[in-house]
Design a protein around this ligand. Structure first.
Ligand code: AMP
Length: 400
């Protein structure tokens, strides 16, 4: 994977117009930004370009306006929040193309920062329409993509622009790609992955890709129930997908062919009530397990937790997506919390490189209080999963 970074910028960047694609899909309530994490993440790229004297023109989408102007999806309030994070004036242009954008950019001085309106107000953005891309490109001398989280989409501002202007990865994009590459592209083995969460059907591509690349696949959550049932167990009212048993068996066979061990929970926290603090019984799992019709497994059990931690201790690199159980509801957060803490501890003592990503995974690790202790946490949900699935991300490819 080769791409240019801000280290490769031309010497004479001062006064040049840098079109910078960023992720401004921040949570908002009552017209105010409620979480500024994403703004903090893009600050280094903006500040570096501005300090070098470039005119920084920010492009981003917000929500799904489907090619129409939708007032509630305007980026105007985000410009104000960004101003606070950057401690630098951020002007706003109420259209990302046409006369308004042109005028806004013409009036910029070296080091200025302007945010242009939601790119998705134009259908050409999602269609990657060459005409629309040209209209964006006339406002830039170079293109910087700092939005890894949008890199799985081949849209005008995430992919098309890279073909029209000299293209560079921003600092956040660079950090993300370097972390992901050290975890799956060029890992220190043994390499293991945790794949948990609700359903096998939504993570088939992921499982199929991983078993040919990694040494140990640790399966948790509702997905594990499907695998255990595919081996012959009766899982009662547990979340599991009967129509995925053949797939699960095929994945196990493929893993065996590739010398990838699959670790399933050897016991589970079983209850008859899908509720917080419901009474729990720990039940051993194997192919002969027969849960009663009303019983369901909502988390891995204590032996399974010990087993998973012992596996972690043998690894040098760990990739993580998906919880071991219904972590939103105690005590079914037990396995996710205990294993996350163990992975964090191994990382802190330098024995493990740990990379995690995906929406639920990030909130589970935050809940365990260990998000800062992992080597890298990707907040890019869809892009992270597609990367884990081994898919080429168009926004990244175009930078190469
Ligand atoms: P995913 O989006 O596929 O990563 O799934 C995350 C969701 O899976 C979380 O909301 C968990 O509550 C849910 N989950 C994990 N384990 C189980 C389980 N054993 N039964 C039902 N839901 C589960």
């Amino acid at each position: 994977m080769t791409f240019k970074t801000l280290d490769d910028l031309p010497e004479d960047i001062a006064g040049k117009r840098a079109l910078v694609r960023v992720d401004l899909n921040v949570p908002m309530a009552d017209g105010l930004v409620t979480d500024k994490t994403r703004l903090t993440r893009i600050a280094p790229t903006i500040e570096e370009l501005s300090a070098k004297g470039a005119k920084v023109i920010l492009l981003a989408h917000f929500g799904r306006p489907k090619g129409k102007e939708v007032e509630e999806m305007s980026l105007r309030p985000v410009a104000l929040a960004l101003e606070e994070v950057l401690d630098h004036r951020v002007d706003f242009g109420s259209n990302c193309i046409g006369d308004i954008a042109l005028k806004e950019v013409e009036e910029m001085a070296s080091g200025d920062v302007v945010l242009l309106e939601n790119t998705r107000f134009h259908a050409g953005e999602e269609n990657n329409d060459p005409e629309f891309t040209k209209q964006l490109a006339i406002n830039g001398d170079i293109y910087v993509n700092d939005a890894f989280s949008a890199a799985h989409r081949a849209h005008a501002s995430t992919e098309g622009l890279a073909h029209l202007l000299p293209a560079y990865a921003g600092r956040t994009m660079q950090a993300e790609l370097e972390a992901l590459n050290s975890a799956l592209g060029n890992p220190t083995r043994p390499l293991g992955a945790v794949v948990g969460g609700a359903k096998v059907s939504t993570k088939i591509d992921l499982l199929e890709n991983l078993v040919s690349k990694i040494d140990v696949l640790i399966i948790g959550g509702g997905m594990a129930n499907t695998f255990i049932a595919a081996n012959g167990a009766q899982m009662g009212a547990s979340l599991q997908e009967a129509d995925m048993h053949d797939k699960a068996r095929a994945i196990m066979a493929e893993a065996a062919k590739n010398d990838c061990r699959i670790i399933l929970p050897i016991d589970g926290r079983v209850t008859t009530e899908f509720a917080a603090n419901a009474p729990v019984e720990i039940v051993d799992f194997d192919e002969n397990t027969k849960l009663r019709d009303e019983q369901m497994s909502l988390d891995a059990g204590d032996k399974a937790i010990k087993n998973v931690i012992a596996e972690f201790e043998q690894l040098n690199t760990l990739i993580w997506n998906g919880p071991f159980g219904v972590f939103e509801m105690p005590p079914f957060d037990t396995a996710t919390m205990a294993t996350a803490k163990a992975a964090a501890e191994l990382t802190k003592t330098g024995r493990l490189v740990s990379v995690a990503g995906g929406g639920d995974t990030v909130s589970a690790l935050n809940q365990a209080g260990v998000a800062d202790d992992f080597t890298y946490i990707s907040t890019a949900g869809g892009a992270f999963l597609e990367w884990m699935e081994g898919k080429e991300l168009p926004g990244v490819k175009a930078l190469g």
